[in-house]
Ligand binder design. Structure first.
Ligand SMILES: [Zn+2]
Length: 445
């Protein structure tokens, strides 16, 4: 026993100086802010909703995770239990974070979980709702308060920076199903109904090896629930499960390329909890296994690429559209006529942000904008297979569905029909998939 203790002490004596000579190469900081609406507010996501929210199932939040490499380069990842964030709000928040912290736009990732049980966020899918002035005021006030909170959140996370070690791994959760399978009348295992069941996990551990933060993702719509109580859907339940299992750690969820993927089955609170628990279990299995260390340095690329829209309708075509039976087409017509009346020309393209964060040679994180279909994740995994890769969607500007070339050709909701809700005439022109893939590869170099 004495010999055992002695060797233990000697072991520590040998290990400690080595550890001190090899300080962690990262610093990481986290912060959390409650963004639960203070009163009734219209909820985003479903056009069929007919009244504002009624209470809260669980609070929703925004979290920040800031990394700093050995050279002092910082990247901030901000995740939100929200349906979306538009270009205006996103640019405003990033500009203010830059002024207050010096972290420039290209080093800030804003990701939403796309919960369909969170408030309408001003600027996102503007043509879905027909709100009264009072309801619109509540939405506008919420966005204003949200922006202030996000800026403070980033500042708070920077104050929390402390030595850290990063590690990456990937698990699996199987509740996401391609929602176009039934619409296209193909079996769930058809090549026309792909899914990405991967659960990327980035663990952040402090000097004592305690879990400081865990960032994880999944490619599936947050549409289990369509209740009127505010909640974060399955990601909200996953976050709670993980933070309960790891007291003191901050859990952050990043939505992936799940534009054409839904949880299956849906519509019960018990199912949202079950999927959240399944995701948390997948994350825990990764945390408990052998994760790959992630080294720096950080390098970041950010571009806005122009995705071309089909030709804009003529004034005469828009006036005809005013008579359309579909009220959303009527709203689009009114919106386009207002644009023309204001002296603006109708857009011929949309500036789509593409962002890539590289953690040395150990991890590439592609942060895609809009609602990207799962084909993007599957193709990037294939074509950048030489290194660990994480493909997030729903980042920085949720301005439209982003169909792959296949989905664009097949048409349907994600292929172009949904563009009306975003206030865009559409669909996109062919070629967008290659443009986005090329941009990711260019930025990942
Ligand atoms: Zn969606």
């Amino acid at each position: 026993m004495r010999a055992f203790c002695l060797s233990l002490i000697l072991g520590f004596a040998l290990v400690l100086p080595l550890a001190a000579a090899d300080p962690p190469e990262w610093r990481a900081g986290t912060a959390h802010v409650d963004i639960t609406p203070s009163g009734p507010i219209w909820l985003g996501g479903y056009a069929a909703r007919d009244h504002p929210s009624e209470g809260v199932l669980h609070p929703i939040g925004a979290k920040a995770l800031v990394f700093e490499d050995r050279d002092g380069t910082r990247v901030a990842i901000i995740t939100m239990d929200l349906i979306g964030i538009g270009r205006g709000l996103s640019d405003d928040v990033c500009q203010r974070i830059f002024q207050r912290t010096g972290i420039p736009r290209e080093r800030i990732v804003l990701n939403v979980s796309h919960t369909h049980s969170g408030p309408v966020v001003a600027g996102v899918t503007p043509l879905v709702y027909d709100l009264t002035p009072e309801q619109q005021a509540a939405v506008d006030d919420y966005a204003k308060a949200l922006a202030d909170k996000l800026v403070t959140l980033a500042e708070t996370a920077i104050k929390d920076l402390r030595p850290a070690r990063l590690a990456f791994g990937e698990g699996k959760a199987t509740f996401g199903a391609n929602r176009r399978a039934t619409r296209l009348k193909v079996p769930p295992d058809s090549p026309k109904a792909p899914v990405d069941h991967g659960v990327p996990v980035l663990a952040v551990r402090d000097e004592t090896d305690s879990l400081q933060a865990v960032l994880f993702g999944y490619a599936c719509h947050s549409t289990t629930l369509s209740v009127y109580e505010v909640n974060g859907d399955y990601p909200g339940f996953a976050l709670t499960a993980l933070e309960t299992a790891h007291p003191g750690a901050t859990a952050l969820f990043m939505a992936g390329c799940g534009a054409d993927v839904n949880p299956d089955p849906r519509r019960e609170v018990a199912l949202a909890k079950q999927y959240g628990q399944a995701l948390a279990t997948a994350v825990d299995e990764v945390l408990g296994g052998s994760m790959r260390p992630v080294h720096g340095p950080l390098s970041v690329g950010f571009e806005r690429i122009d995705l071309k829209l089909v030709d804009a309708p003529t004034q005469q075509q828009i006036e005809q559209l005013l008579q359309d039976k579909n009220k959303y087409q009527q709203r689009l017509a009114r919106h386009l006529l207002d644009e023309l009346a204001a002296g603006r020309t109708l857009p011929t393209s949309y500036p789509c942000p593409v962002q890539v964060i590289r953690f040395g040679n150990d991890l590439v994180m592609a942060a895609l904008a809009g609602e990207p279909c799962v084909d993007y994740a599957l193709r990037l995994r294939r074509e950048l297979a030489d290194r660990p890769i994480w493909i997030a969607g729903y980042c920085n500007d949720i301005f439209a569905y982003i169909p792959s070339e296949r989905v664009l050709q097949e048409g349907g909701y994600e292929g172009g029909e949904a563009m009306v809700y975003f206030g865009l005439h559409g669909p996109f022109q062919p070629g967008l998939e290659q443009q986005i893939i090329d941009a990711v590869k260019r930025l990942a170099k």
